[in-house]
Design a protein around this ligand. Sequence first.
Ligand code: ADP
Ligand code: MG
Ligand code: ZN
Length: 473
Amino acid sequence: MSFEAVIGLEVHAQLATKTKLFCGCPTRFGDAPNTHVCPVCFGLPGALPMPNREAVAMAIATGLALGCTIRRRSVFARKSYFYPDLAKGYQITQFELPIDEAGQLPVEVEGQTKVAGITRIHLEEDAAKNLHGVGDETLVDFNRAGVPLIEIVGEPDLRSGAEAEAYLRALREVLVFLGVSDGNLEEGSFRCDANVSLRPVGSAAFGTRVELKNINSFRFVRKALEFEIARQEALLAAGGEVASETRTWVEGQGRTVAMRAKEESQDYRYFPDPDLPPLVVDDAWVEEIRRTLPELPEAVRARWVSRGLTEADAKVLSAHPALVAYFDAAVGGGSAKATANFIQSEVLGHVVLRGLQARFPVPPEHLRALLALVAEGTINRKIAKEVFAKMRETSEPPDVIVEREGLAQLSDEGAIEAAVRQVLTEHPSQVEQFRSGKTAVLGYLVGQVMKATRGQANPRLVNEILRRLLRAS
Ligand code: ADP
Ligand code: MG
Ligand code: ZN
């Protein structure tokens, strides 16, 4: 019997708000432990949570971008469990009535677009963080407690590890472009649990699923699923059964390992949080968020391709929203293709991307001015690269550098002709070769003229004049 894999992902994304979900403490990462804390973070008796409007707006924006229905009245619930990183004994989340429902995510797999369903998106708070091995002890850092998350629950629409990886990449891209999350898998601001089961090909019913945790890279999600599919297949083929359990991916061993039996929702005793009234959002707010949604990467790429970029260029340059803004500002009314080429060959290597932040070597207006100098023939492309290197050092606009260093292209025909004559006099044997039919030597002579003019001669004129003088006499 042959089997088909059924996969659904649950993704937790940390929202890029300034403050926590139910109190005013900062969400900033990396500060000294327990410095961003208050009675709400610890869940001290009597402390009252207050929802963060910015976090709610981000959850709505995500829902809209993924084509979800936005629930005008959603409910915060308590999910009870015991763990040292959860001082109050419950996590505030949304259960029966989440803020977003029933959306779609287009996923590109091997050149084909597949639309995967989104079941729901809900808001919830993060737990604190256990710090193991501090001396002999485990200590708890509450800076993370109460940081806002959205959980995006996907329909079991994916059929392979490759599809799951593509889904995860597409989802991350949407969140980063919306500016709602920095999508950092390694730092844990974007986390994924993968659910996977097998069923006989042709069967409509689902098999027993296993939940995979601890997947903190795009590559691991694929590897973990591929391992798990093979493991379940071997079990089923041998007449065995898959246990409903939670397993963890151990990268060092290249396999999944059982952690615990899968918990059921009744284990958590969910109930509406009596401290929080239902979350009500009005149509006007939802419409305002819809109107101000940023352009998503797919739309950016279509726009650029219509301006003459290849799909490949468009893909590279839309890898980050800051890069998109940079490209658009740099191109202005100029040539999209020339701008794309220059950015890819000269600029990208000096761009520093960190989360949602980006640092560029020169402002886009300066790059635009540089490319305009090339377009109008003031400097050639080779000199443009030199000017760009100086711009990175001095932060000056290109015209200032070109002026000061006397780099403007030599377009004075008389001056170029003089340089050409000089080169011809100095290279009689190459001239002879050219005249005997070895026209390939022209490139060498062009190079000599460019060298004599310190790279500044207009290459088109050099070519024309050289050919003219070689044919004459
Ligand atoms: P829980 O929180 O218990 O994991 P959820 O309903 O929140 O339950 O998550 C279910 C996730 O598991 C969804 O992403 C869904 O697509 C996926 N899923 C559900 N049933 C199956 C199945 N039989 N095989 C694979 N994935 C499944
Ligand atoms: Mg789960
Ligand atoms: Zn707090």
